[in-house]
Design a protein around this ligand. Structure first.
Ligand code: ZN
Length: 401
């Protein structure tokens, strides 16, 4: 049984009653659990299905406690270390080069963004919208033909560091756009008539950290005064009912919302850019993983948006387009009713700024690999997601005033 004792695991627990919810809450006071889905214990209630990671030294104890409390559970990942290695199954050759079918580190992504904007200079312009806490340049790619005043869609990837499939998607989408322009009817129409502002990695410092030190890091990397704990959850840091629901004011928690709204340089840079270009930006899309969901506002409240019916219809059609390729099943709806209420998200903020088409994707999978989605799944995940994004963009083009 030594194999068991030595490995970090991810458990999935279905909480059937109040006793089990309380048991899990008690458990977190003795053992550190890293919540994968939902992203914090704050969101956990009766009926919830919870995925969390447990260190190798505590896995056996946690499993014993789950059994004692008659909780329904399964072990999603038996050995995290092994899964971390297995995610790099996209071919060993040329690992030092950038590849759309593999996970690329920040250096490769930064160099790629420069290369592709030079190669397709008629379609891509690269600018810098700010710097991260550790002073890395935040590059933004504007993708579209140069022609007068156009509507625009802002899309960001990698706001949460460990969701590696997300930056992979932004790179794939840029490639797809420039290589199918002039060939694919819809993409040609989209790039001729609107611009995509694409931020390939939002939380660069966190992303770098997941490559160098801690694969499971989520937040950014800023210091917090009065605490030794590092980082703010950038998707709780926007000025949308900031600091109210589904957040923590404890810097040691994964959903720490920061010391104030837009306290983080990354949040500030994105909010400033969108605010400055609000006249043209008609759509906002934020890419996350995992759980296969397409979300729209609100998250900070159960109230409906003014165009809830339209957003619901567009989401349904986008999900249908997505599943037409490999039959991947997505759920859709408002954040609060579909996942859990949470304040300070970029999507809610964008909506309240006046961007009436705001969406958030939770890409593959549903927990078999979680954040450790193998590279062999990058291409199918990106191909199907492109269909959904194109559908949303096409709707925005024809419907946004
Ligand atoms: Zn996320």
């Amino acid at each position: 049984m030594s194999y068991f004792c030595l490995s970090e695991k991810v458990f999935r627990v279905s909480l059937q009653n109040e006793n089990q919810v309380n048991f899990l809450k008690d458990l977190t006071s003795t053992v550190q659990l890293d919540f994968w889905h939902p992203s914090s214990l704050h969101h956990v209630a009766v009926g919830a299905v919870v995925d969390f990671r447990v260190s190798s030294e505590h896995s056996k104890f946690v499993q014993m406690m789950l059994e004692q409390n008659k909780a329904h559970y399964e072990i999603l990942l038996h050995n995290i270390q092994e899964e971390m290695e297995k995610q790099f199954d996209g071919g060993r050759h040329f690992r030092r080069r950038h590849s759309y079918r593999r996970y690329n580190d920040w250096e490769k992504i930064a160099a790629w963004s420069e290369r592709i904007s030079k190669k397709y200079s008629k379609l891509i312009t690269r600018t810098q919208i700010g710097k991260t806490y550790e002073e890395r340049p935040m590059f933004l790619l504007k993708v579209g033909t140069e022609s007068g005043r156009k509507k625009a869609i802002f899309m960001d990837c990698g706001i949460h560091a460990r969701e590696w499939i997300s930056p992979a998607f932004c790179q794939w989408f840029v490639k797809e756009a420039v290589t199918t322009y002039g060939k694919d009817k819809i993409m040609t129409k989209l790039l001729d008539n609107l611009n995509f502002y694409i931020l390939p990695v939002f939380n660069i410092d966190g992303y770098v950290w997941t490559w160098s030190k801690d694969r499971m890091w989520r937040k950014n990397r800023s210091n917090n005064s009065d605490s030794d704990c590092i980082g703010t959850d950038l998707n709780r840091n926007f000025k949308a009912a900031w600091g109210t629901t589904g957040i923590s004011h404890d810097p040691c928690e994964e959903i720490y919302c920061g010391s104030s709204a837009e306290s983080e340089p990354e949040t500030k840079a994105v909010a400033t850019f969108i605010h400055d270009n609000i006249a043209s930006i008609k759509g906002y899309i934020s890419i996350h993983s995992y759980s296969q969901m397409l979300l729209f506002p609100y998250g900070y409240d159960f109230k409906h948006t003014h165009n809830n019916d339209e957003l619901n219809k567009v989401a349904k059609e986008a999900v249908d387009a997505l599943s037409s390729l490999y039959a991947t099943q997505y759920t859709y709806g408002s954040t609060a009713s579909t996942i859990y209420p949470c304040s300070g998200s970029s999507m809610d903020w964008a909506y309240d700024e006046g961007i009436k088409y705001a969406f958030g994707f939770e890409l593959r999978d549903r927990g078999k690999y979680g954040f450790l989605l193998p590279e062999s799944k990058i291409a199918p995940t990106c191909k199907e997601t492109v269909l959904a994004v194109k559908h949303i963009a096409n709707h925005i083009l024809s419907s946004a005033p």
